[in-house]
Design a protein around this ligand. Sequence first.
Ligand code: 13P
Length: 258
Amino acid sequence: MLIAGNWKMNTDLPGGRALAEDIAEGIAAAGDRFAEIDFAVCPPFVHLQAVGEALADSPVALGAQDVHAEDEGAFTSDVSAPMLTSVGCSHVIVGHSERRQYYDETDAQVNDKARQARRHGLVPIVCVGETLEQRRTGNAESVVRAQLEGALDGVPVASADDLVVAYEPVWAIGTGESATPTQAQDLHAVVRADLSERYGDAIAADVPLLYGGSMKPHNAADLLSQPDVDGGLIGSASLEADSFLGIAERAVEVQSAK
Ligand code: 13P
């Protein structure tokens, strides 16, 4: 299981550092309890270095929330893959619905970013998910399939360690209303089947498929116990160590039953 936090545009530098320290301390205090759980946090760019330092002795991977498709150049305000690797990032979110929604990011751009991440040894966390309107009109599955086709076309994945996919229904993000476990499982199965066609069954079986959208300690167990839900991409509940690690506790409980 992979429990990943997307801090979005939250925390200032001292607050981000303190949150990372609290998470690291909580994991250390749990001893072997979280030994089978993988963790990642994706803070704002400006906190990456400080958070990386705070997590240096912990098992928590460092991820960014976006990346530019070029190595360098005149792209004011953008951040490159070499910059991310130079501060210790191993993961990067691409195609988050907030990037698609507020910055009109297209599947083609998400694809460029995912390829760029792989070129630099970063693991892309590729986000897909339908809007409420798309779900209401019965198009959730086709939307997710099209997003995968657009985002993953030509992205080299030689092992399951090279990719993470997050299914994040847009209507569940930040609303307090998560998908039901069945809704999540149904779409995760669609993602798994797509990855099988694309990369073969063996790789597809082990690519972590994260659910994102109002995952909290109280609903995490039901979501994480679904066969194709391999973890969570957590927004607001990742902004406090207690709730973030509370979700990890649920992951430990359901993992042993899977
Ligand atoms: P919330 O957990 O706040 O709904 O956010 C989910 C998300 O968008 C993670 O990327």
